[in-house]
Design a protein. Structure first.
Length: 173
């Protein structure tokens, strides 16, 4: 069972790393698009009409492709003054409960985004922009970001609960 869980965690981490690099590429694309727009507008007096739409799409994709890696590395914002006031063992319990609450919120939001993506796909809904694209692409990215962040919150909760177990085993009777 431990091998299966370890393998699933490695697959999850690999998918997250791939998405991370796709998110970095989206940020690079934003940079390139803005440089192109500035050059076209001010040097050639020929502004584009599609840059603002595509930079918005790339920003959404980068945000939700990068979020799980940030969550994995515990780079999310934590307000810890309550947890820090507790003794070590209750700190882990408190953190585990908060991580589970965060996981529930993320997975709920991700599930909502999945349902919305399916609705948008079924109805063929597109963005209202100069260059229109299917809206479900964006909802799918949002779903990916929330659900995978939720899975990392679950993993963090389990790690904190295991820390309690290892502290208990390390204490002399």
């Amino acid at each position: 069972m431990k091998k299966l869980i370890s393998h699933c965690a490695k697959v999850h981490d690999s998918i997250t790393n791939l998405a991370y690099w796709l998110g970095v590429l989206a940020l690079l694309a934003i940079l390139c698009m803005f440089c192109y727009e500035i050059t076209a507008r001010y040097f050639f007096r020929s502004p584009t009409q599609w840059i603002s739409d595509y930079t918005g799409y790339a920003l959404l994709f980068s945000t939700f492709l990068l979020a799980p890696r940030i969550t994995k590395n515990r780079g999310h914002i934590e307000i810890t003054f309550i947890r820090d006031a507790l003794p070590p063992r209750p700190q882990h319990v408190f953190s585990a409960m908060l991580f589970m609450a965060a996981a529930a919120a993320c997975i709920w939001a991700g599930w909502y985004a999945v349902e919305e993506a399916m609705r948008q796909y079924d109805r063929g809904i597109r963005t209202m922009a100069v260059v229109s694209v299917p809206r479900w692409w964006m909802s799918a990215a949002i779903a990916y970001g929330f659900i995978n962040s939720g899975l990392y919150f679950i993993r963090a909760s389990v790690e904190d609960m295991c820390a309690i177990k290892s502290e208990r085993a390390a204490q002399p009777n």
